[in-house]
Design a protein around this ligand. Structure first.
Ligand code: BES
Ligand code: ZN
Ligand code: ZN
Length: 465
């Protein structure tokens, strides 16, 4: 999708969209029933006119604009109208216009690759139009549109079949984004063995497709030594391994590489935006399958970091993959902070559902920045504790560490505490996106399946560090 951005005061053939606060609708000549309640809409096809309510002014949240703009795009799409023109808002602030553009573009997406009937494919909006007076925000709007295109890459990768999005395919996608500003390095199976990524290799053992660790380096500020590292879980399919997933729980596990997809989209966005930051991305790409070669529960593995880990459940594979790449990334690059995305635990869904990601951090200041970035983008995160008692729980009996807790409680925190053992005292944020990276139901400007959660969040975080 590449919708054109235009600035015009006389848009022809477009759906004209006005937003209105509750009780402030009389000047808009809408139908009498329309009062401006939050996301209430009134579509007048004969006038190509749409009103969308923003609710009470004193309860306003900027995300309502994203949602209202999404509603406009969906209305235009259903009516097969290719151009949407947004009237200016009262006082038209920059962040508000950007939010409108963002909601509109994010809603103009559908994964239609496997629909054979053209009628069933979404009618895409071709042109987003704003009044000429909004032209002064053009640069910010274009930046947002650019990031949204990369959100679509993440969505596509998460939603696409697991037999298409393999570790090999993630390598190909990654190499495509390498260029003048971004260096891509791939550690293959042989190199991983030599380096001692034994936890990651254990997970990958049953797969016919060899694992890869892919590293991105973007140096947007060569005069500084500061750098931010993003890490991502790239389990292209998680069958659970010998602790095989049962019932319905396996069918969505093509999404278990969402963390890796997020990191790819972040790196691409950062380089295209030419952010003045040094950024390293690292993703561990494997398949967790079943075979006579499978790694087994109960065996102790020596990790890249040197710590030994009793692998107590082959379905807790994400932390093994991540433990090795985090330790490698921390040692090799010594970043100021590591932010890691993973669909790590089903338990985080039990806690937050799909409305926010779980955040676990060793740093108050970085996690505050991440929280603020979450509120600004509405890709929200909420911090849970890593108290010393939780850290104690990760101690092993026959080994340094154990991979899962002794009880079936606090599963998401255990995962966070385990990962924190591998970052060599570098400030660390683990985001458990198991509930947010893939949606069971569409919402507002997010489709069912891959949501692209985390890309906008990370770009906002980068602007704040
Ligand atoms: N990939 C799953 C987590 C997951 C579950 C993601 C549901 C998205 C939706 C992860 O590898 C896993 O299987 N975790 C186990 C951990 C357990 C064995 C300690 C879980 O959550 O049950
Ligand atoms: Zn698993
Ligand atoms: Zn998994």
């Amino acid at each position: 999708m590449d919708s054109k951005l235009v600035f015009s005061d006389s848009p022809k053939g477009s759906l004209l969209v006005h937003f209105a606060f509750e009780g402030a609708v009389s000047h808009l000549k809408g139908p009498s029933y329309f009062t401006g309640k939050k996301l209430e809409s009134a579509f007048m096809p004969e006038k190509s006119f749409l009103l969308v309510g923003l609710g009470k002014k004193e309860e306003f949240n900027i995300d309502y604009l994203r949602r209202a703009a999404a509603k406009a795009v969906k209305t235009a799409s259903a009516a097969k109208m290719p151009i949407v023109h947004f009237a200016l808002l009262d006082g038209h602030k920059e962040n508000e216009m950007v939010a409108v553009a963002e909601g509109a573009v994010l809603a103009n997406y559908s994964f239609d690759k496997y629909k054979t009937d053209a009628e069933q494919k979404m009618f895409r909006i071709k042109e987003l139009s704003f009044p000429v007076a909004a032209k002064k925000f053009e640069e910010s709007i274009r930046e947002t549109l650019l990031v949204c295109q990369n959100v679509f890459i993440a969505r596509d990768l998460v939603t696409e079949n697991s037999d298409v999005v393999t570790p090999k395919m993630l390598e190909e996608v990654s190499r495509k984004i390498s260029g003048k500003h971004i260096k891509v390095r791939v550690l293959n199976e042989k190199q991983l063995r030599r380096l001692g990524f034994n936890m990651l290799l254990g997970v990958a053992r049953a797969s016919e497709i060899p694992p890869r660790v892919i590293i991105f380096e973007y140096n947007g500020n060569p005069s500084s030594k500061d750098k931010v590292m993003f890490a991502g879980k790239g389990v292209c399919f998680d069958s659970g391994g010998l602790n095989i997933k049962v019932g319905e729980s396996m069918k969505d596990m093509r999404m278990d590489m969402a963390g890796a997809a997020t990191v790819i989209a972040i790196m691409k966005s950062a380089s295209e935006l030419k952010l003045k930051k040094n950024i390293v991305g690292i993703i561990g790409c494997v398949e967790n399958l079943v075979d006579s070669k499978s790694f087994r529960p109960g065996d102790v593995i020596k990790s890249y970091s040197g710590k030994t880990v009793e692998n107590l459940n082959t379905d807790a594979e994400g932390r093994l993959v991540l433990g090795d790449i985090l330790a490698y990334g921390a040692r090799k690059y010594n970043p100021n902070v590591i932010v890691e995305f993973s669909t790590l635990t089903g338990a985080i869904l039990g806690t937050f559902g799909s409305h926010c990601a779980g955040m676990f951090s060793t740093s108050d200041s970085y996690s505050q920045k991440m929280f603020d970035a979450g509120m600004a983008t509405y890709e929200r995160v909420w911090r849970l504790p890593l108290f010393e008692e939780y850290k104690e729980e990760t101690k092993g009996e026959r080994s340094d560490l154990r991979s899962i807790g002794k009880t079936r409680y606090n599963g998401s925190i255990f995962g966070g505490a385990f990962l924190a053992e591998f970052v060599e005292n570098i400030p660390f944020i683990h985001l458990d996106v198991a509930g947010t990276a893939m949606l069971e139901e569409p919402k507002d400007y997010m489709p069912k399946n891959g949501s692209g959660f985390g890309v906008r969040l990370a770009i906002e975080f980068l602007k704040r560090v």
